[in-house]
Design a protein around this ligand. Structure first.
Ligand code: NAD
Length: 485
């Protein structure tokens, strides 16, 4: 049991304003695994005030970027030191298979922290150059008080993808994790405190949607960094627009893998599958639409069905598990609802679709493949957020590109075949923020990541991710004055 009775605000664990709590239950067993106070409006006021004070009067924005980077590096080391424990905690919170948790929920955040720690010594925060009329200093300053809001599916990773660049910029943060995954966020607060982060620079307020809205609209929040559903993203974007608040949005996806007609299936299937049913299908970047040439449709469908049939479904804490339970009963209802919709639309259920017979507890859905899917069907257009694949036939390469682009989303995608040049040519035609050519790597932490279309606004990771938390100021200098920077 991981139990908290206080909130991390202003560098201290302080009493919450109400007695309401979030209980966290294992999605595998239903067991109570932890509890934490639920932050309310009064706690948000306190957290924003602490972040503002740390920004205006604290040492953090006045330290050098390299000094701030050293704190990020320390947190990364601390996470590495308790990697297994953290992986199990997150699997207990939201059901991710523990072997995947260790890699993506724990080591990926350390890579992000290490990357931004390094940028503290190499990024040009100040540049002096000749403008058209005389010398100019362009300086990049912290954006201010940041509201970081994340979903439950990759909680520590998404938290660190915002906290690392925001903190490196010199900004201060109010971090609102999702109600399903507040425990790892509290652990992160402990690690930042242990690493010597000054008081008020990071404040953690587990809270629900309405309190999240209150945070977004708080007049002392300068920037909102949001990851979550497109529905919430539209609302948050509108609220930020009304107040001219800086805002970046990482939203949903319905990405397509294009299998070219010269694909070597034995080689490519192991490259595609980890991104097709990833994190129990609860991943924004999942390749949930599999586009197969009609000439090889049967062979490709059979291969996917066979692979998915053989996936090991089980308790999230079992290292052998490949597909664990969904986060909550609500999510299982949603996924089962889509499986029903797919059948009603005329797609053929080739494997899965039910609940695994050997699991007596937990929010399990069998990994599922639909074949004979048309791209216009709801199961091909809407984000299901569960282990459900749709295999869609196409006529020729142009048709594959058209189908891949026929989506309101544009987050990720991939192309697989014998010829890398041909793949790259396809990649250039797809309207999506990240793409893979015969690759299994959907995110490179040193490169921009984000969405076209309804998948978001702005790019996280790489230097772009840092720029999201910087304001640019141009200082015009007198002739002949070139200050050292
Ligand atoms: P959600 O939008 O319901 O909630 C996400 C977070 O936002 C939670 O903390 C929630 O409490 C908060 N929230 C919701 N509405 C809000 C509002 N109006 N104002 C302020 N805060 C609000 O999303 P979810 O169902 O928890 O997460 C799954 C979604 O996240 C999927 O659509 C998935 O694709 C997306 N996602 C995107 C990325 C990416 O990088 N693009 C990564 C992971 C998940």
């Amino acid at each position: 049991m991981k139990t908290y009775d206080r909130l991390f605000i202003g560098g201290d664990w302080v009493a919450p304003s109400s007695g309401d709590v979030f209980e966290v239950h294992s999605p595998s067993t239903g067991e109570l695994v932890g509890q934490t106070p639920e932050a309310k409006e009064a706690d948000i006021d306190k957290a924003v005030a602490a972040a503002k004070l740390a920004l205006t009067e604290g040492p953090w924005p006045r330290m050098t970027p390299a000094e701030r980077g050293a704190v990020l590096a320390k947190v990364s080391d601390l996470i590495k030191g308790s990697a297994q424990e953290l992986a199990e905690l997150i699997s207990n919170e939201m059901g991710s298979p523990v072997s995947w948790s260790l890699m993506a929920q724990v080591f990926a955040p350390t890579m992000t922290l290490d990357y931004y720690a390094g940028l503290g010594s190499t990024f040009a925060f100040d540049t002096v150059r000749d403008g058209l009329l005389g010398p100019v200093l362009i300086t990049k300053e912290p954006v201010g008080v940041v509201a970081a809001i994340t979903p439950w599916n990759v909680p520590l990773f998404l938290g660190c993808s915002k906290l690392a660049p925001a903190l490196l910029s010199g900004s201060t943060v109010v971090y609102k994790p999702a109600p399903e995954t507040p425990l790892d966020a509290n652990v992160l607060a402990e690690l930042f405190a242990e690493a010597g982060l000054p008081a008020g620079v990071l404040n953690v307020v587990p809270a629900g949607r309405e309190v999240g809205e209150y945070l977004v609209n708080h007049p002392d929040v300068d920037k909102v960094s949001f990851t979550g559903s497109t529905v919430a993203g539209r609302k948050i974007g509108a609220a930020c627009g009304a107040n001219l608040k800086r805002c970046s949005l990482e939203l949903g996806g319905k990405s397509a893998a294009i299998l070219l007609d010269d694909i070597n299936l034995a080689e490519s299937l192991p490259v595609i599958m980890p991104n097709a049913i990833m994190n129990n299908g609860e991943a924004c970047i999942s390749l949930t639409r599999i586009l197969a040439p009609r000439s090889r449709y049967q062979e490709i469908s059979d291969a996917f069905v066979e692979t998915v049939r053989n996936m090991t479904v089980g308790d999230a804490l079992d290292p052998a598990t490949e597909v664990g339970p969904l986060v909550a009963e609500r999510q299982r209802d949603r996924v089962e609802g889509y499986i029903k919709i797919g059948q009603e639309e005329g797609a053929r259920l080739a494997v899965g679709g039910g609940r695994p017979a050997d699991q007596s507890t937990g929010w399990f859905v069998e990994p599922t493949v639909f074949v004979d899917v048309e791209n216009s069907m709801r199961i091909a257009q809407e984000e299901i957020f569960g282990p459900v694949l749709s295999i869609i036939p196409y006529d020729d390469e142009a048709d594959a590109v058209r189908i891949a682009n026929d989506s309101e989303y544009g987050l990720c995608g991939g192309v697989y075949g014998a010829d890398n040049d041909r793949g790259l040519n396809v990649a250039r035609q797809i309207r999506t923020g990240t793409y893979m050519v015969n690759s299994s790597i959907p995110i490179d932490f040193s490169s921009p990541f984000g969405g076209y279309k309804a998948s978001g606004v702005g790019r996280e990771f790489g230097e772009d991710g840092l720029e999201l938390f910087l304001e640019k100021k141009t200082i015009n200098l007198p002739a002949g004055y070139y200050p050292e920077v």
